[in-house]
Design a protein around this ligand. Structure first.
Ligand SMILES: [Zn+2]
Length: 463
């Protein structure tokens, strides 16, 4: 490799935190990417190849691109929506379901995904999941609309075909016109997997199946979806043990707690990753860990909705792949993976003790742990030869970092560049010098504002 020329060379880093299997940290590091894959990585004593393109990482920390394991991109059309700003989960959802159901269409979902993924890229994210569970009649093909946005931006994308089948008339939470027939859900799930899911190494698009929650789908649909996921060999995702309302609903309706329900419907295995997982008890944490169920930890959302403090460190040590999620964007309401990583560190200390959580563990959760949730350890979420060329470069100079001398990784989350200096996905530069490379950002923001006005009743819009 060293006599050849790479497509992209990132060099002169203060530190490269690889988060590889040996957790190597390389001072004065560099890495080379060709055909979307890391082909060489090293330090000052290693022979460095030339690059057709070169990105300077001077005064920078280099990490794997961050992985967002739970999101609802369309919700950025109702961010900080005044009438629901102080409601817990069920009231929050019931305020917003009608606005979303009445207004979602392909253009809205495409535009929201484009802006949401751009926001994520600016925060160092290179792979994002999305849980899209609303498919109103005549809204069009919404999953394909958001995939188009990800492809145009160049983001690695794991959309899930989400679903709701249990409406108010049947004892569920969503309005009657927000749900689908279960046979339609299963056939749409299969057709989207067949159209979009890519099994290959370094794939840019993978699909998972994602019935929304115990209060919006039936156990029958959960079981049928698990069977379909096994047949198609794709992953399973759902909201799990999000708050006390969720637990009370499951006990009242099914006579069991959410984690017991997960087991009852055949989801207690390493094909599954759940969002939030705020309320498992100690016995359930052990069961989830033994089964290898992944956890998308969403600290901002859990605080805004007052859901609680998730036992993230316990879940990690129990054996669950724990990743990070922004969840929202109208419960979070920001889509910043750096911010979630910092909050995960702070909450982890608060819940488990100051020495039980640190910036390195939060970085691990934000990268390698996310890869575990998505079934891609060794492929994304680490910097190693053969892994995807997904990289975040964080500028560590300026007033915010004055005094950070001996531990740039702790400095990264304690002080904070807050946004990425460069973000590279599959070897392509998406963010450079802190700016989105795409020239379309202003036009897309204008379009987003126009669509968001349609979602939000005029009297609530302040400007
Ligand atoms: Zn969610």
């Amino acid at each position: 490799m060293n006599n050849q020329t790479a497509d992209l060379l990132i060099k002169d880093a203060n530190l490269v935190a690889t988060v590889d299997k040996d957790r190597r940290e390389i001072t004065s590091g560099w890495l080379a990417i060709t055909n979307g894959v890391i082909v060489a990585i090293g330090g000052i004593n290693d022979s460095m190849p030339h690059g057709n393109k070169v990105l300077s990482a001077q005064d920078c920390l280099v990490t794997p691109g961050l992985i967002n394991t739970h999101h609802h991109l369309y919700q950025n059309l109702t961010r900080a929506y005044t009438p629901m700003t102080s409601k817990p989960l069920f009231g929050w959802l019931q305020t917003l379901y009608p606005l979303w159901t009445d207004n979602l269409d392909e253009e809205a979902v495409y535009t929201a995904a484009w802006i949401g993924l751009a926001e994520l890229a600016l925060s160092g994210c290179t792979t994002s999941s999305d849980h899209h569970y609303l498919h109103p009649p005549r809204a069009g093909d919404l999953l394909s609309a958001e995939i188009k946005a990800a492809q145009e931006l160049g983001m690695r994308f794991h959309p899930t075909y989400g679903s709701m089948s249990l409406s108010q008339k049947d004892g569920g939470l969503p309005p009657d016109n927000a749900v689908m027939q279960e046979e339609d859900i299963l056939s749409a799930s299969e057709s989207h997997v067949k159209r979009w899911h890519d099994d290959s190494h370094n794939a840019m698009i993978k699909i998972a199946l994602a019935p929304c929650s115990p209060f919006s789908v039936t156990p029958h649909l959960m079981k049928e979806t698990a069977e379909l996921a096994r047949k198609l060999d794709v992953r399973l995702h759902t909201h799990l043990a999000e708050n006390d309302e969720d637990t009370e609903y499951a006990l009242r309706t099914f006579g069991m707690r959410p984690v017991e329900l997960l087991e009852d419907v055949g989801w207690m295995n390493d094909r599954t990753w759940g969002a939030h997982v705020v309320k498992p008890d100690d016995t359930e944490i052990v069961r989830l860990g033994q089964a290898g169920v992944g956890v998308a930890h969403c600290p901002s959302s859990n605080m805004i909705l007052a859901s609680g403090l998730a036992p993230t460190v316990k879940l990690h040590h129990a054996g669950c792949p724990v990743g990070l999620g922004c969840d929202g964007s109208s419960s979070a309401d920001a889509a910043s993976m750096w911010q979630e990583a910092r909050l995960a560190m702070l909450q982890g200390k608060l819940v488990s003790g100051a020495d039980a959580m640190n910036a390195r563990l939060s970085l691990e959760i934000s990268t390698r742990g996310g890869a575990g949730c998505l079934g891609r350890v060794g492929e994304i979420g680490e910097l190693s030869v053969g892994a995807a060329g997904d990289v975040a470069v964080w500028k560590m100079d300026g007033v915010g970092h004055a005094g950070v001398l001996n531990d740039p990784i702790e400095g990264w989350l304690r002080c904070g560049p807050t946004s990425a200096w460069h973000t590279v996905v599959n070897g392509n530069i998406i963010v450079q010098n802190g700016e989105l490379v795409s020239p379309r950002i202003q036009d897309m923001l204008t379009q987003h504002k126009s669509i968001a006005r349609r979602f939000q009743p005029l009297e609530s819009v302040q400007n």
